[in-house]
Design a protein around this ligand. Structure first.
Ligand code: GLY
Length: 301
């Protein structure tokens, strides 16, 4: 049993995991500690799938999605298709204690954020405008993966509480109004302090077909370890999609057990970061091998 633990998707989360780890080790509640980690990724212009300098949509505008879940109460908050704000994860978290209206999208979400004083920011950078112009003509197929996608953090704090927080700019060149899995509770994220937590990255349209995060937490609730649940949830959905449609687009899942053990399942190579009270932050690589996922310490190519 770990005193505290954190797992996050993609190498880009490394600094954020260090920030969240320090806060968890000092006894900060997970639902606070997790936000600073995700926000670190949202603010970094080097990462082009989240927050500032995120990838634009078909009209060259950056729309962001975020989600948050408190595993003690099962309260969640989420925002989708939000333009012009600094931190969708902070807006999502602020929605969790409302009796209703926990998931807001588009102009309604922006109006809420403005009314509640959330910081504004133009997230479209010159670099992403140039990428958009260069890719506009040649891009035929939308793809979630380009070395990174949604940033997802799962935490276990010293009080034994689990939580999940995610943030993304979604698919490059997506249609106006398109939402992926990330802000959808149960698909992009889920946390239950009595069972486990999970969060997904990859092609949202595929992930939503299996409500992937909830599927894994349900498996943990019925006795599977975080590793067993992550691998089975991805492998079941991957097999189903191949059987029904002939193919499955990329998807990856991180899990955190209520004991602080971590799990990863994926149908494509991807990177993730873990830390706990006994180990400093380490970046790992996960690769699919049949129904299993092989994990190794990340090495710079
Ligand atoms: N997984 C992010 C998205 O599909 O938008």
């Amino acid at each position: 049993m770990k005193k505290w633990a954190v797992i996050a998707t993609w190498k880009m989360a490394e600094n954020g995991v260090k920030i969240t780890s320090r806060l968890l080790s000092e006894g900060t509640a997970g639902k606070e500690a997790v936000i600073d980690g995700v926000a670190d990724v949202e603010d970094n212009p080097s990462f082009h799938s989240v927050g500032y300098s995120g990838r634009p949509n078909r009209d060259c505008r950056v729309f962001l999605d975020g989600g948050f879940m408190d595993g003690d109460t099962l309260h969640f908050g989420a925002v989708g298709a939000v333009e012009g704000f600094r931190s969708p994860v902070r807006i999502a978290k602020s929605l969790i204690d409302r009796e209703a209206n926990n998931f807001l999208a588009g102009p309604g979400a922006e109006e809420y954020a403005e009314r509640n004083g959330f910081e504004k920011r133009d997230n479209l950078t010159e670099e992403m405008k140039e990428l958009y112009q260069a890719e506009k003509e040649k891009r035929k197929k939308l793809s979630a993966y380009d070395g990174h996608d949604t940033v997802c953090f799962l935490t276990l704090d010293q009080a034994g509480s689990l939580c999940a927080a995610v943030s993304t700019s979604g698919l490059f060149m997506k249609d106006p109004g398109r939402l992926g899995d990330s802000p959808v509770c149960g698909s992009g994220f889920y946390a239950d302090s009595e069972a486990g937590a999970a969060a997904a990255t990859g092609m949202g349209e595929e992930i939503m077909k299996g409500c992937l995060s909830y599927a894994a937490v349900s498996m943990m609730k019925h006795g599977m370890s975080a590793m067993e649940a992550a691998q089975k949830a991805v492998s079941d959905l991957n097999d189903t999609l191949i059987r029904r449609n002939g193919h499955a687009d990329p998807m990856s899942l991180i899990c955190l057990g209520k004991d602080g053990s971590f799990g990863v399942g994926t149908n494509i190579e991807f990177t993730f970061v873990t830390a706990d009270d006994e180990h400093e932050a380490v970046v790992m690589t996960a690769k699919p091998l049949g129904d299993r996922t092989v994990i190794s310490v990340y090495e710079e190519h």
